[in-house]
Design a binder for this molecule. Structure first.
Ligand code: PBG
Length: 326
C-alpha cells in the first residue's frame, strides 16, 4: 500500500515552504545586547564573544545606527564601570557609564528602536554579586530591593523605555514598579528576567563585563536550579502579579520547555535570552569549520520563536538581521 498522507507535497518548493511556515523570524524580533565601558579610548573586541565589543559611547552610537539600519527591534545596554564598590553605586550614579550612554542614545535615536537597560548590580559591585552582602557574605534580598529602585530611577531618567531586572531577588519587580510610579515614571516598562537559571552559559558575559564573584562563589542562592520546571511558572506568575509587562526565560536553548509552559500559561509578551555561552558555542564550532554558523544561528533563533517567544535577545541580532535582509 502507498501512503495516503503525503506531507512532502508541501515541502517541494521554497515558495510552498514559505507559505505554510508556522513560525516567522524578522529583524524586529531581535534585541541586541550591547556593552559600554568607561574609560576606553576605542572599542575593544571581547575575546570570548567574537564580533562583540566593549564600546565607547562613540562606537556605541555607530553600532546602534547600523542596528537601526538593518531593522533590529531594540537594544539592551550593560555598563562596564572603571571602578566598583561594595554597594555597586555606579549603577545608579546619573554620571555612571550606562546612564551617560542611555542619554546619548535617547538623543540620537529617540523611539526609533526600543531602548532597554539591564537592571542589576553585579557589574558595579566589588564582590561581583547581584545584591548587597550581609556580614556573613550572603546576599541581603530586601536591602538590595531598595538599591534596585534607585537604579530604575536613574535608568528611566536617562531615557530607558524598558528596565530589565536580572538579579532574581524576591519582590524585585514590585519594588521597582513602586519606585518608578512614585517618581512619575508610570510609562517605563518592566521586562522581568522571570525565569533565570544558574547556568554555566554565562561565562563569556562575565568576561565581557569584568565580573568575578568573590571566593569562587556562584549565584545558585538566587538564580533558579536547572532541575526545576514548575518553579519557573511560579516565578513568572509572581512577576506578572507584581507588575511585569514582559517576562523572559534565560538561557534559551536548554529551556524551551520552560518557554513553552510560560507561553501556555501567561498572556503577557514573552522573550528569551540567547546568552553569551550559546553564541560563543556556535561561533567556536563555526570557526573550526564544524558547523555552518549562520545556518545554526537561524535555526536556534527560529526555535525560540517556535517555542513561544515573541522576541529574542541575541548577540546574533546584527549578523542575522543582515542575513535576513538579503
Ligand atoms: C546579570 C546578568 C548576567 C547576564 C545578563 N545579566 C550574568 C549573570 O547572571 O551572571 C548574562 C548574559 C549572557 O550570558 O549573555 N546582571
Amino acid at each position: 500500500m502507498f501512503p495516503t498522507e503525503r506531507p512532502r507535497r508541501l515541502r517541494r518548493t521554497s515558495a510552498l515552504r514559505r507559505l505554510v511556515a508556522e513560525t516567522t523570524l524578522a529583524p524586529d524580533d531581535f534585541v541586541a545586547p550591547l556593552f559600554v565601558a568607561e574609560g576606553l579610548s576605542e572599542a575593544r573586541e571581547i575575546t570570548s564573544l567574537p564580533g562583540q565589543f566593549q564600546h565607547t559611547v562613540e562606537s556605541l552610537r555607530k553600532e546602534v545606527e547600523e542596528l537601526v539600519r538593518v531593522g533590529v527591534g531594540g537594544v539592551i545596554l550593560f555598563g562596564v564601570p572603571s571602578t566598583k564598590d561594595e554597594l555597586g553605586s555606579g549603577a545608579w550614579d546619573p554620571q555612571g557609564v550606562a546612564q551617560v550612554a542611555l542619554r546619548t542614545l535617547r538623543d540620537d535615536f529617540g523611539d526609533e528602536l526600543v531602548l532597554m537597560a539591564d537592571l542589576c548590580l553585579d557589574e558595579y559591585t566589588s564582590h561581583g554579586h547581584c545584591g548587597v552582602l550581609r556580614g556573613d557574605g550572603t546576599v541581603d534580598n530586601d536591602a538590595t530591593l531598595e538599591l534596585y529602585g534607585r537604579v530604575a530611577l536613574a535608568q528611566a531618567d536617562a531615557g530607558a523605555s524598558v528596565v530589565a531586572p536580572s538579579g532574581m531577588m524576591d519582590g524585585q519587580v514590585g519594588a521597582i514598579r513602586s519606585a518608578l510610579d512614585a517618581a512619575g515614571f508610570d510609562e517605563t516598562i518592566i521586562l522581568a528576567y522571570a525565569a533565570k537559571y544558574a547556568s554555566g552559559l554565562y561565562g563569556p558575559f562575565r568576561d565581557a563585563v569584568g565580573v568575578e564573584i568573590v571566593e569562587g562563589g556562584d549565584r545558585k542562592g538566587y538564580q533558579q536550579d536547572y532541575r526545576n520546571r514548575r518553579e519557573a511558572l511560579r516565578e513568572a506568575r509572581g512577576d506578572v502579579e507584581q507588575g511585569a509587562d514582559i517576562v523572559m526565560v534565560k538561557p534559551a536553548m536548554s529551556y524551551l520547555d520552560v518557554l513553552s509552559d510560560l507561553r501556555d500559561e501567561l498572556d503577557v509578551p514573552l522573550c528569551a535570552y540567547h546568552v553569551s555561552g550559546e553564541y560563543a558555542m556556535v561561533k567556536a564550532a563555526a570557526a573550526q569549520g564544524w558547523i555552518d554558523g549562520p545556518a545554526v544561528a537561524l535555526e536556534q533563533l527560529t526555535a525560540v520563536r517556535r517555542a513561544g517567544a515573541d522576541f529574542v535577545l541575541t548577540y546574533f541580532a546584527r549578523e542575522i538581521a543582515t542575513e535576513l535582509a538579503r
